[in-house]
Design a protein around this ligand. Structure first.
Ligand SMILES: Nc1ncnc2c1ncn2[C@@H]1O[C@H](COP(=O)(O)OP(=O)(O)OP(=O)(O)O)[C@@H](O)[C@H]1O
Ligand SMILES: [Mg+2]
Length: 225
C-alpha cells in the first residue's frame, strides 16, 4: 500500500493569552491509499483541528504535512489551494451545498475549479457520481429541495468530484438518523475501498468508527497510534 499522507510532530496552538490551548501535540499520522481511518475522542480533544490541518485549511505551528509525496509547509496560498483541489475531498457535518444550485451544478463546482475537463465531460462525470450515491434521478433538484441525508450524499459526490487521493470527513453522519448514518458511512467506506482513496473520518459514533480499518483515539491533543 502506498502512503498518501504523512504528518510528523504536528503542533498547533489556538487562542490568545489565558485562552491559549495546545490543541495538537506532536501528532504523527500516516494514511495509506484504500484504507479507512477513524479519529475518535472527547469534545475538545483536537479532532477538527487535526482534520483542518490535514485538509490544508489551516497551518501547524510546527511539524510537517506531506501530501501525495509533496511537503506542504513552504507552499504559497495558491499552490496550497491547487494541491487541495487536486488531492483532497472534504465532507463536513453540515454539507454546505449551494442551495440555489442544482444537485448536478453543486457537484461540478470542484471540477470547474480544477479545469481538467470539458463541459460535457464534467456533466457526464457529475451524473456518474450522482449514480454512485443513488441520486441520479434528482440531478435537477435545488440544494434546498433535498432531505438532510440526500444533501449529505450530494456533498459526498461533490467531495469525490476530482477523484481525491484523500477524503476527509468531520462528523459526516453527525446530523443524520441511524439509518441514514449507516447508509452514508457504508457509501464512504465502500467508495474508498473501491477507488483506493484514503478515507479519514472524525466521528463520535463508536459503532461506525469500529468499522474503519484503523481507529486513532485522540486525547487532549495527542493522537494515540
Ligand atoms: N478558534 C479557537 N480559539 C481558541 N481555541 C480554540 C479554537 N478552536 C478550537 N479551540 C480549542 O482547541 C481545542 C480543540 O478543538 P477542536 O475543535 O479540534 O476539538 P474537537 O475534538 O473537534 O471537538 P468536538 O468533538 O466538540 O468537535 C479545544 O480545547 C477548543 O476549545
Ligand atoms: Mg470537532
Amino acid at each position: 500500500m502506498s502512503t498518501v499522507l504523512r504528518t510528523e510532530q504536528l503542533n498547533r496552538y489556538l487562542g490568545e493569552g489565558a485562552n491559549r490551548v495546545h490543541a495538537l501535540c506532536d501528532v504523527d499520522l500516516t494514511a495509506e491509499a484504500g484504507k479507512t481511518y477513524a479519529i475518535v475522542g472527547h469534545s475538545g480533544s483536537g479532532k477538527s483541528t487535526l482534520l483542518y490541518l490535514l485538509g490544508l485549511l489551516d497551518q501547524p505551528d510546527s511539524g510537517t504535512i506531506e501530501l501525495a509525496g509533496k511537503q506542504t509547509g513552504q507552499l504559497k496560498d495558491d499552490a496550497r489551494t491547487a494541491l487541495r483541489n487536486q488531492y483532497l475531498g472534504f465532507v463536513f457535518q453540515f454539507h454546505f451545498l449551494i442551495k440555489e444550485f442544482t444537485t448536478l451544478e453543486n457537484i461540478t463546482i470542484p471540477m470547474r475549479k480544477l479545469g481538467r475537463w470539458s463541459k460535457e465531460e464534467m456533466a457526464d462525470r457529475g451524473m456518474s457520481l450522482l449514480k454512485s450515491v443513488g441520486l441520479e434521478d434528482k440531478y435537477k433538484r435545488l440544494g434546498n429541495e433535498l432531505s438532510g441525508g440526500e444533501q449529505q450524499r450530494v456533498a459526498i459526490a461533490r467531495a469525490l468530484a476530482n477523484e481525491p487521493a484523500i477524503l476527509l470527513a468531520d462528523e459526516p453522519t453527525g446530523n443524520l438518523d441511524q439509518n441514514n448514518a449507516d447508509r452514508v458511512f457504508g457509501l464512504l467506506s465502500a467508495i474508498s475501498h473501491e477507488r483506493g482513496n484514503a478515507f479519514i473520518m472524525v466521528s463520535h459514533n463508536r459503532e461506525l468508527a469500529q468499522r474503519c480499518d484503523v481507529v486513532f483515539p485522540m486525547e487532549d491533543g495527542y493522537l494515540k497510534v
